[in-house]
Design a protein around this ligand. Structure first.
Ligand code: LHQ
Length: 278
C-alpha cells in the first residue's frame, strides 16, 4: 500500500468519542503505524478519554497484521506531560488506583504485548506517566530538545505506569534512583549518554528518523520480529539457561516459517527479501 491510510487501524478503534479521537491520531503509511498524542496546548497530558482511545488504538494496531512497526510520538513541543493534573481536580475523578488498574497499566501491557516493535519518538518533554510510556516502548529516540522528567515525587506520588520496573532496567539502579528521587530533567544528550535513548537527532529530523527506523523494522520477517521483541522483553527476568532454551524454541519457530526460506533464497539470489508474514 502506498500513501497515508489515515485511520485504517484506528477507524475501528473507539470511534465513539470524537474529542478523544482527535486527541490520539493514527496514521498508517505502508506497514508503519504512527500514533500521535495530540493535545499540544496541554503538552499532551493524558485525560481519561485519551487513555481509553490510546488503549483501543494499540489493540487495533496490534491486531492488524499489515502493520509491522509502530511509532509513538507527541504533537507540538512535548511528547507527553503525563497525567492531566487538572482532570485529577475535577469532582468525581476516579481513585489513583483505579486510574492505574483500568487505564495506565493496560496501556503498558499493550505496548509490551503487541507483536510489533514500538519506537518512542520523544519530540519534547516526557514527564511523569509520559516518561513511563516512553520507557515501555521497545526503542526510544529523541529530538535534541527532548527530555525526561520523573515528576511524580514533586506532586507526592510514586513512579508508576511501569517506571519502577522499566527505568532501572534501562539505565541501571543508580541513575534510576537519581531520576526518581530528584526529578531533574534529563536532556536528550544525557539520555543518549546513559542509554535511555539510542539516537538523538535535530527536532525537524525526528519524524523522518523514526519513520526510517520503523520502515527498516517493517521490512523484517514479522514473526521473527515478534519473537525477538518478546525475547528482549524477558531478557532481565531469566537466567542464561532459560534464555538459551527460549532462543532455541523461538528459532525453531522462526526457522520453520516460509519467511526464513525466503531470507535464504534472497541471500543466494543477491536481492532484498520479500517477507510475507502470516
Ligand atoms: C498540563 C500538564 C499536566 C495538565 C503541563 N496536566 N496540564 C498521576 C495521577 C493519576 C494516576 C496515575 O498516574 C499519574 C502519573 C503521572 O503522570 S504524575 C505526573 C504528572 N505530570 C506532571 O507532574 C508534570 C506536570 N508538568 C510540568 O511539570 C511541566 O508542565 C513540564 C515540566 C512538563 C513542562 O514545563 P513547561 O515547558 O514550563 O510548560 P508549562 O508548565 O508552562 O505547561 C504548558 C501548559 O501545559 C500549561 O497550561 P497553560 O494553560 O497554563 O498554558 C500547563 O498547565 C499544561 N500542562 N503539564 N500534566
Amino acid at each position: 500500500m502506498t500513501g497515508p491510510d489515515v485511520g485504517r487501524a484506528s477507524a475501528r478503534a473507539s470511534g465513539r468519542n470524537s474529542e478523544a479521537a482527535a486527541d490520539v491520531l493514527v496514521e498508517v503509511h505502508g506497514a508503519v503505524a504512527t500514533i500521535t498524542l495530540n493535545r499540544p496546548a496541554a503538552l499532551n497530558a493524558l485525560t481519561i478519554p485519551m487513555k481509553e482511545r490510546l488503549l483501543a488504538v494499540l489493540g487495533e494496531v496490534g491486531a492488524d497484521a499489515t502493520v509491522r512497526a509502530v511509532v509513538l510520538t507527541g504533537a507540538g513541543r512535548a511528547f507527553c506531560a503525563g497525567q492531566d493534573l487538572k482532570e485529577r481536580l475535577e469532582p468525581g475523578a476516579p481513585s489513583l488506583g483505579e486510574e492505574l488498574t483500568l487505564r495506565y497499566n493496560p496501556i503498558v501491557r499493550a505496548l509490551r504485548g503487541i507483536p510489533q516493535p514500538v519506537i518512542a519518538a520523544v519530540n519534547g518533554v516526557a514527564a511523569g506517566a509520559g516518561a513511563s510510556l516512553a520507557f515501555a516502548c521497545d526503542l526510544r529516540i529523541a529530538a535534541e530538545g527532548g527530555s525526561f522528567v520523573l515528576a511524580f515525587g514533586q506532586i507526592g506520588l510514586v513512579p508508576d505506569t511501569g517506571a519502577t520496573w522499566t527505568l532501572p532496567r534501562l539505565v541501571g539502579a543508580a541513575r534510576a534512583a537519581e531520576m526518581v528521587f530528584l526529578s531533574d530533567a534529563v536532556g536528550a544528550a544525557e539520555a543518549l549518554r546513559i542509554g535511555l535513548v539510542s539516537r538523538v537527532v535535530a527536532g525537524d529530523a525526528l519524524a523522518a528518523e523514526a519513520a526510517g527506523m520503523a520502515a527498516r523494522i517493517a521490512a523484517l520477517a514479522p514473526g521473527a520480529t515478534a519473537l525477538t521483541k518478546r525475547a528482549l522483553a524477558a531478557a532481565f527476568d531469566r537466567d542464561l539457561d532459560a534464555a538459551l532454551e527460549a532462543e532455541a524454541e523461538a528459532q525453531a519457530s522462526a526457522g520453520a516459517h516460509p519467511d526464513h526460506a525466503e531470507g535464504l533464497a534472497a541471500f543466494v539470489d543477491k536481492r532484498s527479501p520479500r517477507f510475507r508474514g502470516g
